[in-house]
Ligand binder design. Structure first.
Ligand code: GLY
Ligand code: MN
Ligand code: MN
Length: 386
Protein backbone atom coordinates (compact mmCIF):
# COMPACT_ATOMS: atom_id res chain seq x y z
CA UNK A 1 0.00 0.00 0.00
CA UNK A 2 1.19 3.48 -0.82
CA UNK A 3 1.57 6.28 1.72
CA UNK A 4 -1.40 8.64 1.68
CA UNK A 5 0.93 11.62 1.18
CA UNK A 6 2.16 10.24 -2.13
CA UNK A 7 -1.13 8.75 -3.21
CA UNK A 8 -2.19 9.43 -6.73
CA UNK A 9 -3.93 6.99 -8.98
CA UNK A 10 -1.38 5.42 -11.30
CA UNK A 11 -1.97 5.12 -15.04
CA UNK A 12 -2.42 1.39 -14.53
CA UNK A 13 -5.06 1.94 -11.83
CA UNK A 14 -6.93 4.40 -14.05
CA UNK A 15 -6.82 2.09 -17.08
CA UNK A 16 -7.97 -0.84 -15.03
CA UNK A 17 -10.82 1.13 -13.41
CA UNK A 18 -11.91 2.42 -16.83
CA UNK A 19 -12.02 -1.11 -18.26
CA UNK A 20 -13.82 -2.57 -15.29
CA UNK A 21 -16.44 0.19 -15.17
CA UNK A 22 -17.03 -0.27 -18.91
CA UNK A 23 -17.57 -4.01 -18.42
CA UNK A 24 -19.97 -3.37 -15.54
CA UNK A 25 -21.96 -0.80 -17.57
CA UNK A 26 -22.21 -3.27 -20.46
CA UNK A 27 -23.54 -5.90 -18.09
CA UNK A 28 -26.04 -3.49 -16.54
CA UNK A 29 -27.28 -2.48 -20.00
CA UNK A 30 -27.69 -6.15 -20.99
CA UNK A 31 -29.73 -6.72 -17.83
CA UNK A 32 -31.85 -3.59 -18.36
CA UNK A 33 -30.68 -1.94 -15.13
CA UNK A 34 -29.96 1.81 -15.28
CA UNK A 35 -27.59 1.72 -12.31
CA UNK A 36 -26.25 -0.27 -9.40
CA UNK A 37 -25.32 0.50 -5.84
CA UNK A 38 -22.21 -1.53 -5.12
CA UNK A 39 -21.83 -2.29 -1.40
CA UNK A 40 -19.29 -5.15 -1.33
CA UNK A 41 -15.95 -3.79 -0.12
CA UNK A 42 -14.03 -6.09 -2.44
CA UNK A 43 -16.20 -5.20 -5.43
CA UNK A 44 -15.65 -1.48 -4.73
CA UNK A 45 -11.92 -2.14 -4.41
CA UNK A 46 -11.98 -4.07 -7.69
CA UNK A 47 -13.88 -1.37 -9.59
CA UNK A 48 -12.16 1.71 -8.16
CA UNK A 49 -8.93 0.73 -6.39
CA UNK A 50 -10.32 2.36 -3.21
CA UNK A 51 -10.02 0.26 -0.06
CA UNK A 52 -12.23 1.37 2.80
CA UNK A 53 -15.10 0.33 4.98
CA UNK A 54 -18.81 1.11 4.74
CA UNK A 55 -18.67 2.97 1.44
CA UNK A 56 -21.10 2.69 -1.45
CA UNK A 57 -20.34 3.04 -5.13
CA UNK A 58 -23.16 4.13 -7.40
CA UNK A 59 -22.52 3.32 -11.04
CA UNK A 60 -24.83 4.57 -13.77
CA UNK A 61 -24.33 4.86 -17.53
CA UNK A 62 -22.42 8.11 -17.08
CA UNK A 63 -21.28 8.39 -13.50
CA UNK A 64 -19.35 6.46 -10.88
CA UNK A 65 -19.84 8.05 -7.48
CA UNK A 66 -18.07 6.91 -4.31
CA UNK A 67 -20.28 7.76 -1.34
CA UNK A 68 -18.33 7.57 1.87
CA UNK A 69 -17.99 8.92 5.38
CA UNK A 70 -15.25 11.35 6.38
CA UNK A 71 -12.78 8.76 7.70
CA UNK A 72 -11.48 8.43 4.16
CA UNK A 73 -11.73 12.06 3.06
CA UNK A 74 -7.99 12.61 2.71
CA UNK A 75 -7.37 9.30 0.97
CA UNK A 76 -10.23 9.83 -1.47
CA UNK A 77 -8.83 13.11 -2.82
CA UNK A 78 -6.99 11.03 -5.41
CA UNK A 79 -10.26 9.52 -6.66
CA UNK A 80 -11.99 12.88 -6.60
CA UNK A 81 -9.23 14.24 -8.82
CA UNK A 82 -9.65 11.40 -11.33
CA UNK A 83 -12.06 12.04 -14.19
CA UNK A 84 -13.65 8.60 -13.82
CA UNK A 85 -15.00 9.22 -10.33
CA UNK A 86 -16.92 11.63 -8.17
CA UNK A 87 -16.66 11.48 -4.41
CA UNK A 88 -19.49 12.42 -2.07
CA UNK A 89 -18.69 12.77 1.61
CA UNK A 90 -21.37 12.32 4.18
CA UNK A 91 -22.11 10.63 7.44
CA UNK A 92 -23.27 7.05 7.15
CA UNK A 93 -26.86 7.92 8.07
CA UNK A 94 -26.96 10.36 5.15
CA UNK A 95 -25.87 7.85 2.53
CA UNK A 96 -29.50 7.19 1.59
CA UNK A 97 -30.16 10.88 0.99
CA UNK A 98 -27.14 11.01 -1.32
CA UNK A 99 -28.34 7.98 -3.26
CA UNK A 100 -31.74 9.63 -3.67
CA UNK A 101 -30.21 12.89 -4.87
CA UNK A 102 -27.98 11.12 -7.42
CA UNK A 103 -30.83 8.95 -8.69
CA UNK A 104 -32.94 12.10 -9.09
CA UNK A 105 -30.17 13.83 -11.08
CA UNK A 106 -29.86 10.79 -13.37
CA UNK A 107 -33.62 10.29 -13.71
CA UNK A 108 -33.46 6.72 -12.35
CA UNK A 109 -36.60 4.93 -11.26
CA UNK A 110 -34.75 1.85 -10.07
CA UNK A 111 -31.27 0.92 -9.00
CA UNK A 112 -29.69 -2.48 -8.41
CA UNK A 113 -28.39 -3.54 -5.01
CA UNK A 114 -26.12 -6.47 -4.19
CA UNK A 115 -28.14 -9.14 -2.40
CA UNK A 116 -24.97 -11.03 -1.47
CA UNK A 117 -23.40 -8.14 0.42
CA UNK A 118 -26.21 -5.91 1.72
CA UNK A 119 -27.99 -6.82 4.91
CA UNK A 120 -31.77 -6.70 5.03
CA UNK A 121 -31.52 -4.12 7.82
CA UNK A 122 -29.34 -1.85 5.70
CA UNK A 123 -31.62 -2.23 2.69
CA UNK A 124 -34.70 -1.43 4.75
CA UNK A 125 -33.02 1.64 6.26
CA UNK A 126 -31.92 2.80 2.83
CA UNK A 127 -35.35 2.23 1.32
CA UNK A 128 -36.91 4.60 3.89
CA UNK A 129 -34.91 7.52 2.50
CA UNK A 130 -35.43 6.76 -1.17
CA UNK A 131 -39.02 7.70 -1.87
CA UNK A 132 -40.19 6.03 -5.07
CA UNK A 133 -36.73 4.82 -6.14
CA UNK A 134 -37.02 1.03 -6.40
CA UNK A 135 -34.18 -1.18 -5.12
CA UNK A 136 -33.73 -4.24 -7.34
CA UNK A 137 -31.87 -7.19 -5.79
CA UNK A 138 -29.07 -8.56 -7.99
CA UNK A 139 -26.57 -11.34 -7.40
CA UNK A 140 -23.07 -11.92 -8.70
CA UNK A 141 -23.03 -8.96 -11.12
CA UNK A 142 -19.50 -7.86 -10.19
CA UNK A 143 -18.46 -11.35 -9.00
CA UNK A 144 -18.81 -12.62 -12.56
CA UNK A 145 -16.60 -9.82 -13.87
CA UNK A 146 -13.97 -10.77 -11.30
CA UNK A 147 -13.76 -14.43 -12.37
CA UNK A 148 -11.16 -14.03 -15.14
CA UNK A 149 -7.94 -12.53 -13.88
CA UNK A 150 -5.58 -10.20 -15.73
CA UNK A 151 -1.84 -10.88 -15.85
CA UNK A 152 -1.38 -8.36 -13.03
CA UNK A 153 -3.88 -10.18 -10.83
CA UNK A 154 -2.25 -13.55 -11.59
CA UNK A 155 1.15 -12.06 -10.68
CA UNK A 156 -0.18 -10.91 -7.28
CA UNK A 157 -1.54 -14.36 -6.49
CA UNK A 158 1.78 -15.92 -7.54
CA UNK A 159 3.55 -13.47 -5.24
CA UNK A 160 1.24 -14.50 -2.39
CA UNK A 161 1.99 -18.16 -3.11
CA UNK A 162 5.74 -17.48 -3.05
CA UNK A 163 5.40 -15.80 0.33
CA UNK A 164 3.29 -18.56 1.89
CA UNK A 165 5.67 -21.24 0.64
CA UNK A 166 8.73 -19.43 2.02
CA UNK A 167 6.97 -18.93 5.35
CA UNK A 168 6.04 -22.61 5.64
CA UNK A 169 9.54 -23.68 4.70
CA UNK A 170 11.05 -21.76 7.58
CA UNK A 171 8.35 -23.06 9.92
CA UNK A 172 9.08 -26.68 9.08
CA UNK A 173 12.81 -26.10 9.44
CA UNK A 174 12.31 -24.66 12.91
CA UNK A 175 9.57 -27.01 14.07
CA UNK A 176 10.39 -28.74 17.32
CA UNK A 177 8.09 -31.15 19.17
CA UNK A 178 5.78 -29.39 21.54
CA UNK A 179 4.98 -26.28 19.53
CA UNK A 180 1.20 -26.07 19.65
CA UNK A 181 -1.05 -25.72 16.63
CA UNK A 182 -1.94 -22.20 17.79
CA UNK A 183 1.72 -21.22 18.17
CA UNK A 184 2.49 -22.64 14.74
CA UNK A 185 -0.38 -20.58 13.31
CA UNK A 186 0.75 -17.36 14.99
CA UNK A 187 4.30 -17.74 13.78
CA UNK A 188 3.22 -18.75 10.25
CA UNK A 189 1.17 -15.57 9.98
CA UNK A 190 4.10 -13.54 11.31
CA UNK A 191 6.50 -15.11 8.78
CA UNK A 192 4.09 -14.29 5.93
CA UNK A 193 3.71 -10.68 7.05
CA UNK A 194 7.48 -10.30 7.45
CA UNK A 195 7.82 -11.35 3.81
CA UNK A 196 5.42 -8.66 2.59
CA UNK A 197 1.96 -10.20 2.93
CA UNK A 198 -0.82 -7.97 4.24
CA UNK A 199 -1.77 -10.95 6.32
CA UNK A 200 -3.11 -14.44 6.02
CA UNK A 201 -5.83 -14.84 3.41
CA UNK A 202 -7.84 -16.79 6.02
CA UNK A 203 -7.13 -18.16 9.46
CA UNK A 204 -4.71 -21.02 8.77
CA UNK A 205 -6.02 -24.52 9.37
CA UNK A 206 -3.31 -26.38 11.26
CA UNK A 207 -4.48 -29.83 12.30
CA UNK A 208 -2.09 -32.22 13.98
CA UNK A 209 -2.61 -35.93 14.59
CA UNK A 210 -6.31 -36.85 14.58
CA UNK A 211 -7.22 -33.13 14.28
CA UNK A 212 -6.15 -33.38 10.64
CA UNK A 213 -9.48 -35.06 9.87
CA UNK A 214 -11.45 -31.98 10.96
CA UNK A 215 -11.91 -30.27 7.61
CA UNK A 216 -11.75 -26.69 8.91
CA UNK A 217 -10.01 -27.34 12.22
CA UNK A 218 -9.41 -24.30 14.41
CA UNK A 219 -5.83 -24.47 15.67
CA UNK A 220 -5.71 -25.07 19.39
CA UNK A 221 -3.33 -26.04 22.16
CA UNK A 222 -2.51 -29.54 20.91
CA UNK A 223 1.28 -29.94 20.73
CA UNK A 224 2.51 -30.90 17.27
CA UNK A 225 4.36 -34.20 17.42
CA UNK A 226 4.89 -37.26 15.31
CA UNK A 227 1.97 -38.23 13.09
CA UNK A 228 -0.14 -36.29 10.62
CA UNK A 229 -0.01 -32.51 10.15
CA UNK A 230 -2.45 -30.84 7.78
CA UNK A 231 -1.52 -27.28 6.84
CA UNK A 232 -4.08 -25.24 4.86
CA UNK A 233 -2.76 -21.70 4.62
CA UNK A 234 -2.53 -18.68 2.35
CA UNK A 235 -1.24 -15.14 2.11
CA UNK A 236 -2.80 -11.92 0.89
CA UNK A 237 -0.91 -9.46 -1.33
CA UNK A 238 -2.46 -6.21 -2.53
CA UNK A 239 -5.88 -7.67 -1.87
CA UNK A 240 -5.29 -11.01 -3.65
CA UNK A 241 -5.42 -14.34 -1.85
CA UNK A 242 -3.56 -17.60 -2.20
CA UNK A 243 -4.76 -20.89 -0.74
CA UNK A 244 -2.76 -24.13 -0.62
CA UNK A 245 -2.92 -27.27 1.49
CA UNK A 246 -0.21 -29.79 2.20
CA UNK A 247 -0.44 -32.79 4.49
CA UNK A 248 2.69 -34.12 6.14
CA UNK A 249 3.49 -37.01 8.40
CA UNK A 250 6.37 -36.94 10.88
CA UNK A 251 7.59 -40.47 11.42
CA UNK A 252 5.67 -43.47 10.04
CA UNK A 253 2.21 -42.82 8.56
CA UNK A 254 -0.59 -44.43 10.57
CA UNK A 255 -2.60 -47.03 8.65
CA UNK A 256 -4.17 -46.43 6.14
CA UNK A 257 -2.91 -42.88 5.51
CA UNK A 258 -0.27 -43.79 2.95
CA UNK A 259 -2.96 -45.29 0.71
CA UNK A 260 -5.27 -42.35 1.49
CA UNK A 261 -2.52 -39.97 0.40
CA UNK A 262 -2.03 -41.80 -2.89
CA UNK A 263 -5.74 -41.78 -3.65
CA UNK A 264 -6.15 -38.07 -2.82
CA UNK A 265 -3.12 -37.26 -4.95
CA UNK A 266 -4.51 -39.28 -7.85
CA UNK A 267 -7.85 -37.45 -7.54
CA UNK A 268 -6.00 -34.13 -7.57
CA UNK A 269 -3.90 -35.02 -10.63
CA UNK A 270 -6.99 -36.30 -12.47
CA UNK A 271 -8.86 -33.07 -11.81
CA UNK A 272 -5.91 -30.85 -12.75
CA UNK A 273 -5.51 -32.76 -16.02
CA UNK A 274 -9.20 -32.05 -16.78
CA UNK A 275 -8.87 -28.29 -16.17
CA UNK A 276 -9.03 -26.46 -19.50
CA UNK A 277 -11.20 -23.83 -21.16
CA UNK A 278 -14.71 -25.13 -21.82
CA UNK A 279 -14.54 -27.88 -19.19
CA UNK A 280 -17.68 -28.18 -17.06
CA UNK A 281 -17.09 -27.43 -13.36
CA UNK A 282 -19.38 -30.27 -12.19
CA UNK A 283 -17.58 -32.77 -14.40
CA UNK A 284 -14.22 -31.81 -12.93
CA UNK A 285 -15.63 -32.30 -9.44
CA UNK A 286 -16.97 -35.69 -10.56
CA UNK A 287 -13.64 -36.72 -12.10
CA UNK A 288 -11.87 -36.31 -8.75
CA UNK A 289 -14.78 -37.77 -6.78
CA UNK A 290 -14.85 -40.90 -8.96
CA UNK A 291 -11.23 -41.67 -8.06
CA UNK A 292 -11.97 -41.40 -4.34
CA UNK A 293 -15.25 -43.32 -4.61
CA UNK A 294 -13.49 -46.13 -6.46
CA UNK A 295 -11.22 -46.47 -3.42
CA UNK A 296 -14.34 -46.69 -1.19
CA UNK A 297 -13.74 -43.34 0.52
CA UNK A 298 -16.41 -41.36 -1.35
CA UNK A 299 -18.31 -40.68 1.89
CA UNK A 300 -15.14 -39.36 3.47
CA UNK A 301 -14.86 -36.58 0.86
CA UNK A 302 -17.83 -34.46 1.94
CA UNK A 303 -16.98 -31.08 0.37
CA UNK A 304 -16.76 -29.56 -3.10
CA UNK A 305 -13.56 -30.00 -5.05
CA UNK A 306 -12.61 -26.34 -5.13
CA UNK A 307 -13.44 -22.71 -5.74
CA UNK A 308 -12.42 -19.60 -7.59
CA UNK A 309 -9.65 -17.60 -5.97
CA UNK A 310 -9.05 -13.86 -6.13
CA UNK A 311 -9.85 -10.95 -3.83
CA UNK A 312 -11.97 -13.39 -1.84
CA UNK A 313 -10.48 -16.68 -0.82
CA UNK A 314 -13.72 -18.35 -1.88
CA UNK A 315 -15.30 -16.81 -4.94
CA UNK A 316 -17.20 -17.99 -7.98
CA UNK A 317 -17.09 -20.27 -9.85
CA UNK A 318 -17.10 -23.44 -7.76
CA UNK A 319 -16.24 -27.07 -8.47
CA UNK A 320 -19.20 -29.01 -7.08
CA UNK A 321 -22.00 -31.30 -8.16
CA UNK A 322 -24.22 -28.18 -8.36
CA UNK A 323 -21.95 -26.40 -10.88
CA UNK A 324 -23.25 -28.13 -14.01
CA UNK A 325 -23.20 -25.76 -17.01
CA UNK A 326 -20.52 -23.50 -15.51
CA UNK A 327 -17.59 -23.69 -17.90
CA UNK A 328 -13.96 -22.82 -17.23
CA UNK A 329 -12.49 -19.84 -19.06
CA UNK A 330 -8.90 -18.66 -19.54
CA UNK A 331 -7.86 -16.41 -16.69
CA UNK A 332 -9.85 -18.16 -13.99
CA UNK A 333 -7.83 -19.30 -10.99
CA UNK A 334 -9.38 -22.33 -9.30
CA UNK A 335 -8.37 -24.29 -6.26
CA UNK A 336 -8.39 -28.06 -6.62
CA UNK A 337 -8.52 -29.58 -3.15
CA UNK A 338 -9.71 -33.16 -2.76
CA UNK A 339 -9.49 -34.69 0.70
CA UNK A 340 -10.30 -37.84 2.64
CA UNK A 341 -11.01 -37.54 6.36
CA UNK A 342 -11.05 -40.52 8.73
CA UNK A 343 -12.27 -39.39 12.17
CA UNK A 344 -9.98 -40.48 14.99
CA UNK A 345 -7.19 -41.36 12.59
CA UNK A 346 -6.46 -38.31 10.46
CA UNK A 347 -7.10 -36.62 7.16
CA UNK A 348 -5.30 -35.84 3.94
CA UNK A 349 -6.09 -32.83 1.79
CA UNK A 350 -3.85 -31.58 -0.99
CA UNK A 351 -4.76 -28.22 -2.51
CA UNK A 352 -3.36 -26.48 -5.56
CA UNK A 353 -4.14 -23.13 -7.16
CA UNK A 354 -4.63 -23.67 -10.89
CA UNK A 355 -4.68 -20.97 -13.57
CA UNK A 356 -6.81 -21.79 -16.61
CA UNK A 357 -4.81 -20.88 -19.70
CA UNK A 358 -5.76 -20.65 -23.40
CA UNK A 359 -4.67 -24.23 -23.96
CA UNK A 360 -5.10 -25.96 -20.60
CA UNK A 361 -3.97 -25.02 -17.14
CA UNK A 362 -0.93 -24.18 -15.04
CA UNK A 363 -0.38 -25.00 -11.37
CA UNK A 364 0.88 -21.85 -9.68
CA UNK A 365 2.67 -23.34 -6.67
CA UNK A 366 6.12 -24.90 -6.69
CA UNK A 367 5.86 -26.89 -3.43
CA UNK A 368 6.10 -30.63 -4.17
CA UNK A 369 3.02 -32.74 -3.51
CA UNK A 370 4.27 -36.31 -3.96
CA UNK A 371 4.11 -38.85 -1.14
CA UNK A 372 7.86 -38.72 -0.50
CA UNK A 373 7.79 -35.01 0.21
CA UNK A 374 4.88 -35.52 2.63
CA UNK A 375 6.83 -38.06 4.66
CA UNK A 376 9.16 -36.38 7.12
CA UNK A 377 11.57 -37.71 9.67
CA UNK A 378 10.29 -38.21 13.20
CA UNK A 379 10.32 -34.95 15.15
CA UNK A 380 11.88 -36.82 18.06
CA UNK A 381 14.95 -37.36 15.88
CA UNK A 382 15.50 -33.64 15.28
CA UNK A 383 14.21 -31.03 12.84
CA UNK A 384 11.29 -31.47 10.48
CA UNK A 385 12.89 -29.98 7.38
CA UNK A 386 11.99 -31.18 3.90
N1 GLY B 1 -8.79 -22.60 3.15
C1 GLY B 1 -10.10 -23.03 2.99
C2 GLY B 1 -10.22 -23.73 1.73
O1 GLY B 1 -9.30 -24.37 1.30
O2 GLY B 1 -11.18 -23.62 1.04
MN1 MN C 1 -7.30 -23.96 1.63
MN1 MN D 1 -9.47 -23.62 -0.79
Amino acid sequence: MTDVASLELTDQQITSARNRLAQLRKKLAEGGLPGILVSSEHDIWYLTGFVGHSALLMVTANRAVIICDRRYEELLQAWDACELFEVVMGARHKLGAEVKRLAGEEGLEQVGIQAESMTIAFRDGLAKSLGSLELVATTDVVATLRQCKTQEEVALIEQAIGIQQDALEVMLEDLTPGMTEAQFTARLEYEMRMRGAEGASFEPIIGSGPNSSVIHHMPGDRPIGDGMLLVDWGAKVDGYCSDLTRTFCFGPMPEPMERVYEVVLQALETAIAACKPGADCAQIDAAARDVITAADWGDQFPHGLGHGLGMDVHESPYFSNRSGGTLLKPGMIMTVEPGVYLPGVGGVRIEEDVLITESGSRVLSTWPRDLDSAQRPSLKAGKGSR
